[in-house]
Write a protein that binds this ligand. Structure first.
Ligand code: RB5
Length: 154
C-alpha cells in the first residue's frame, strides 16, 4: 500500500522507527515532512497526508504529533478520511477491523518508541471486516435509516 507519513516537531523522534516499520512490512512510504525537530504547525502535515488519502492518491496515512489528537482532528475533516488517535494496540486493531480507519495518529509525548511500533504492527495486521461494519460506515456518511435497536447486530 502507499502510506503517507507526516509529523510535527513533537513527533519527529518517532519518524525513523515508524517509517522503517512500514517499509519492513512492504509498504511504500511517502514522507511529507517535517524533516527536522524545528517547531512547526501540525495541521500543515495532517493536511498533506489527509488530502492525498481523501483523493485516493494515497491508501493510508500515519501521522505523529505530541498527543496524536491534533493530527486526528485535522485529518478527520477531509472526505473519506477516517483518522483515529490511538495509544494502545487493541484500539488500533479495532479501528481497522470495525471502523476501516485509514489514518493512524500517534502521540510521541504519550508513547515510547516500542509502544508506538507495537501499535503500528497491530494496525498493519488487521483488515476491515465489512458487512454490518460497512453499513455503519454508510450510516456515518449520512445514510442513517432510523433503526435504533437491532439485537442481531452486536
Ligand atoms: C505541539 O506542541 C503539540 O501541540 C502538537 O504536537 C500536538 O500534540 C497537537 O495536538
Amino acid at each position: 500500500m502507499r502510506y503517507g507519513f507526516g509529523c510535527d516537531h513533537a513527533g519527529f523522534e518517532l519518524k525513523e522507527p515508524l517509517m522503517a516499520e512500514l517499509a519492513a512490512a512492504g509498504h511504500e512510504v511517502i514522507d511529507v515532512g517535517t524533516y527536522d525537530a524545528e517547531r512547526v504547525d501540525f495541521p500543515v502535515y495532517a493536511h498533506k497526508v489527509a488530502q492525498a488519502v481523501s483523493t485516493g492518491e494515497l491508501d493510508m496515512g500515519l501521522l505523529v504529533c505530541g498527543t496524536g489528537l491534533g493530527m486526528a482532528l485535522a485529518a478527520g475533516k477531509y472526505p473519506n478520511v477516517r483518522a483515529v488517535s490511538v495509544s494502545e494496540s487493541f484500539s488500533a486493531r479495532m479501528a481497522r477491523r470495525h471502523n476501516d480507519a485509514n489514518v493512524l495518529c500517534l502521540g510521541a509525548r504519550v508513547l515510547g518508541t516500542g509502544a508506538a511500533v507495537e501499535i503500528l504492527q497491530a494496525w498493519l495486521q488487521e483488515d476491515f471486516l465489512g458487512g454490518r461494519y460497512a453499513e455503519r460506515l454508510e450510516m456515518m456518511r449520512g445514510g442513517y435509516k432510523g433503526v435504533e435497536r437491532n439485537s442481531s447486530r452486536c
